[in-house]
Design a protein around this ligand. Structure first.
Ligand code: NAD
Ligand code: FES
Length: 292
């Protein structure tokens, strides 16, 4: 898989955004020039390591950099989050995936759950630039896990914050706040990125309200080129490859239960393979998490 440059991409800025989420700004001029909202890169950190899809949270074509947010959920993401300014990434392929549909829809609600907010943020930026009014509904387990609240407010967007433990904002799930927003005013479109149960719940709420909803899916990805079939999802009863046809799809048509079970199956297979290779190692990467 070709990298962005002959030289390995170098990290030029790094900071922890939450206890398990780190933001990196990485030199990748070709990717930065071509990137559009909704696209991702596939990253390899070590020669024998797995490839992980990571959504491009931002890009700066002039500076030649892209920004990635990595949640440490498994071996590869933990290794990546140990990297710091000056370190190099082994390879970085992209931008991959079909860009977000960006138009002046009117009022758009952006729903971000946990680290999924980093996936939703660039879409919010693009939709705002296209003239939409943005309402952001973002949620996290607690205040320390909340991402991009201030960046979204600066768009500007009306931001509704929810935490599971009530440590900040409203106590409850993003769907609680979403239901109130939908009841209060006319919404033209909803975009959701986060854990699969969240995206499924958002789709149920907006289906009832009759509002078009796009979800950014996070299946396991391997090659990112449509060859391996790893990222197959079912949308409207048809097989789709998230790496080529997505990762964004009509949330009302997505089979979220199949997506969840395929991710679980890979997880179990992966754990078994790792137990064979490294009997002492128990950590596994939960699929496509950082991506999408
Ligand atoms: P989390 O489990 O802490 O959930 C974040 C928020 O989502 C919660 O605070 C809640 O408001 C909402 N939520 C969760 N379950 C819900 C439900 N059943 N109904 C309604 N709302 C619900 O999230 P996290 O640990 O930061 O995220 C990790 C997960 O997100 C991983 O599974 C990862 O694979 C996934 N992820 C998805 C994407 C994507 O593109 N969709 C990107 C990155 C990560
Ligand atoms: Fe292999 Fe999409 S990741 S087909």
């Amino acid at each position: 898989m070709a990298g962005d440059n002959q030289a390995m991409p170098r990290i030029v800025a790094a900071q922890m955004l939450a206890p398990d989420a780190k933001q990196f700004r990485i030199e990748a001029p070709k990717i930065a020039r071509r990137h559009r909202a909704g696209q991702f890169v596939i990253v390899r950190v070590t020669p024998d390591g797995e490839r992980i899809p990571l959504t491009i949270a931002a890009s700066d074509a002039e500076a030649g950099t892209i920004t990635l947010v990595v949640q440490a959920v498994g071996k590869t993401t933990m290794v990546m989050n140990d990297l710091d300014v000056g370190d190099e990434i082994l390879d970085l392929a992209g931008p991959l995936g079909t860009p977000s549909e960006v138009d002046d829809f009117g009022t758009v609600v952006i729903v971000g759950g946990g680290v999924g907010t980093a996936v939703a943020y660039p879409v919010a930026v693009a939709l705002r630039e296209a003239g939409n009014r943005i309402i952001a509904v973002i949620g996290a387990r607690n205040r320390s896990q909340l991402l991009f609240e201030h960046e979204l407010a600066a768009l500007p967007a009306e931001v509704h914050v929810c935490t599971d433990d009530g440590s900040y904002g409203r106590a409850g799930l993003v769907t609680d706040a979403l239901q109130d927003v939908l009841a209060a005013e006319s919404i033209d479109r909803v975009f959701a990125a986060g854990p699969i149960p969240m995206m499924k719940a958002v789709a149920e709420v907006t289906r009832a309200a009759g509002v078009t909803t796009i979800a950014s899916l996070n299946p396991i990805m391997i090659d990112g080129t449509g060859m391996c079939g790893g990222c197959r999802v079912s949308v409207g009863g048809h097989n789709r490859f998230a790496c080529l046809d997505g990762p964004e799809f009509d949330a009302h048509e997505v089979d979220f239960d199949l997506l969840a079970s395929r991710n679980r199956a890979y997880l179990e297979g992966e754990a078994a393979r790792r137990r064979e290779l490294h009997p002492c190692e128990v950590t596994v990467q939960v699929g496509g998490g950082e991506s999408t």
